[in-house]
Design a protein around this ligand. Structure first.
Ligand code: MG
Length: 173
């Protein structure tokens, strides 16, 4: 077994009409905000991607998908997470469960949590019983509480796959 942790933060901007909304876990939450980003700004998927990469000591999302690379502009963050899962699989590991927290002052996410869980579980090919998404406000203080930023954290537990079926044995447990 291995454990991985990831976190991410993006600044928020007010946007009305086209291009508005927050991508969270691969689902779009309709609101008059947008996360400033080179990609779609999905902080939850970015935190999950870093957790997966961290679990197999494979670096981080910024190293694999630099925001200076034109091919990553407006890229769907589910691509990053899928690529991280392929890397983990190549090293012999797959996720058992993932626990996450989103920090956002508004809009309230409670009603959207089931959609976010379903979407994240689908991308990670996990049952929804293995995926948890929590949401907290910033109590109106600091960059989260003042509505200037959104952040997310993820912790993932990875289990070893059938070793004979993997391409690489560079992780010793
Ligand atoms: Mg990010």
């Amino acid at each position: 077994m291995r454990i991985g942790q990831g976190s991410d933060l993006h600044l928020l901007e007010e946007v009305y009409g086209e291009g508005s909304g927050l991508w969270l876990g691969g689902t779009l939450i309709a609101c008059n905000l947008r996360a400033e980003a080179h990609s779609d700004g999905d902080v939850l998927l970015h935190a999950c991607t870093d957790a997966i990469l961290g679990s197999v000591a494979a670096g981080d999302i910024g190293r694999l998908f630099p925001d200076t690379a034109e091919e990553n502009r407006n890229r769907k963050s589910s691509d990053f997470l899928t690529e991280a899962l392929i890397i983990a699989t190549s090293k012999g590991y797959s996720p058992l469960n993932i626990d996450t927290t989103i920090h956002l002052q508004q809009p309230k996410l409670a009603a959207h949590i089931p959609d976010i869980v379903n979407s994240l579980a689908h991308i990670m090919r996990l049952p929804t019983t293995a995926v948890n998404v929590k949401a907290k406000t910033g109590e109106k203080v600091g960059p989260i509480g003042e509505g200037l930023a959104i952040s997310a954290e993820a912790v993932v537990l990875m289990s070893r796959q059938n070793f004979a079926a993997t391409e690489s044995n560079d992780i010793i447990t």
